[in-house]
Design a protein around this ligand. Structure first.
Ligand SMILES: Cc1ncc(COP(=O)(O)O)c(C=O)c1O
Length: 369
């Protein structure tokens, strides 16, 4: 890279570098395409029956003027739904993770995280004074090696369903290992919320291991179709976050409309059949795949289905071909994933019709060499 002359110049040089690497990100409008891309797995962003509120601004942070009985009642309901001692609502999953991981461990403590962990957790760890190590994705011997090097309070961060692969964490085996090494687990349930468990309670409750985890983070921007997140854990954890989590303390709280939407999403999980529909659509999608496509597929029983297409140009070609057929699917490129592990990510929803799913598979068959 040539020497930048000014800040504006420096930005342009860095952007040019991205363009030359073929990894320049741009915003795409996909309004008229068939949705095989969004995290709206259950269609809640379009269908929730949300109570109308005229005054929706929170007016301040939770510790100043933003708190209300609506927050208190909703946190009690959510804690009960998730079989947790307490719940603390946060403005987003990013906010929840950055606030939690930046304050939960001190100098001398250790945070160990899966190499594919979400950027929000990495960023939170980056702000923490604790030592940190990654372990190989879903690899127990690699985790054990890192546990042996750990000191102080030890925290292990994993996700229920990994967003770039769609595969699940081997949670029970990780619990056994962490018990042996006296480590505490924080589970990010972002992509499992509304998807795993009879009523979408998430992976921990699906396996009935919620009491063995130190904390869980559920986000509402994916299957819940709205916005916000919740941190589940003990009463001490909740009080600790209210006192030490900077993204919680120094940001305006969610407004009443957001709380109404979250409430409506939980209500719908209890009464709707979208979870069964999305599972049926995943089974249909997988049953239509040829052996060629299966050989590219990253094994997943979840709405996220990825086909490895190494090379940025090749993955982009398949994405463009799918768009030309009216299908909104995304190529996931380096640097979001490792070089050579580029992929097309298909997100299956409860509302995708059989015809749309068949069209998607036919196009993948035609486009993937
Ligand atoms: C695993 C995981 N955690 C956290 C987040 C952040 O959640 P939010 O979109 O609510 O900020 C995401 C969203 O991409 C995610 O995939």
């Amino acid at each position: 890279m040539s020497k930048p002359e000014s800040l504006e110049e420096k930005l342009k040089v860095k952007l040019e570098h991205r363009k030359q690497n073929n990894s320049f990100r741009r915003l795409k409008n996909s309004d008229d395409l068939i949705d095989f891309c969004s995290n709206d797995y259950l269609g809640f962003s379009q269908t929730l029956n949300v109570k109308h509120t005229t005054i929706s601004g929170a007016t301040g942070s939770r510790l100043i003027s933003g708190h209300s009985s609506q927050f208190e009642e909703l946190e009690i309901k959510i804690a009960k739904f998730h079989s947790s001692e307490t719940a603390l609502l946060c403005n987003s999953g990013y906010d929840a993770n950055i606030g939690l991981f930046s304050c939960i461990a001190d100098k001398g403590d250790t945070i160990i995280f899966d190499q594919y962990i979400h950027a929000s957790i990495r960023d939170g760890i980056g702000l923490s004074k604790a030592r940190s190590f990654s372990f190989e994705h879903n690899n127990l011997p690699s985790l054990e090696k890192k546990l042996q090097q750990a000191s102080g309070c030890v925290i292990v961060a994993v996700e229920s369903i990994y967003s770039m692969d769609g595969d699940c964490v081997p949670l029970e085996a990780i619990i056994t290992l962490c018990e042996k090494h006296n480590a505490h687990i924080i589970l990010d349930e972002a992509h499992a919320t509304g998807v795993l468990g009879d009523n979408g309670e998430g992976l921990a409750q699906h396996l009935q291991v919620q009491d063995k985890l130190f904390a869980r983070v559920h986000t509402f921007g994916k299957a819940m179709g709205c916005h916000g997140a919740v941190i589940l854990g003990s009463d001490s954890l909740k009080n600790y976050l209210i006192n030490y989590s900077r993204s919680f303390i120094y940001s305006t709280a969610l407004g009443a409309h957001s709380l109404n939407s979250i409430e409506a999403a939980y209500r719908q999980l209890n009464v709707g059949d979208e979870i069964i529909q999305v599972q049926q659509n995943i089974s249909l999608f997988k049953s239509l795949l040829s052996s060629k496509l299966i050989s590219r597929l990253i094994e997943s029983e979840n709405p996220i289905q990825c086909f490895l297409i190494p090379g940025i140009n090749e993955a982009k070609r398949v994405e463009a071909g799918l768009r030309a057929k009216g299908l909104n699917c995304r190529a996931i490129l380096h640097p979001t994933v490792e070089e050579g592990k580029e992929r097309i990510r298909i997100c299956i929803h409860s509302f995708n019709s059989g015809q749309e799913i068949k069209l998607c598979v036919d196009c993948l068959e035609e486009l993937i060499k």
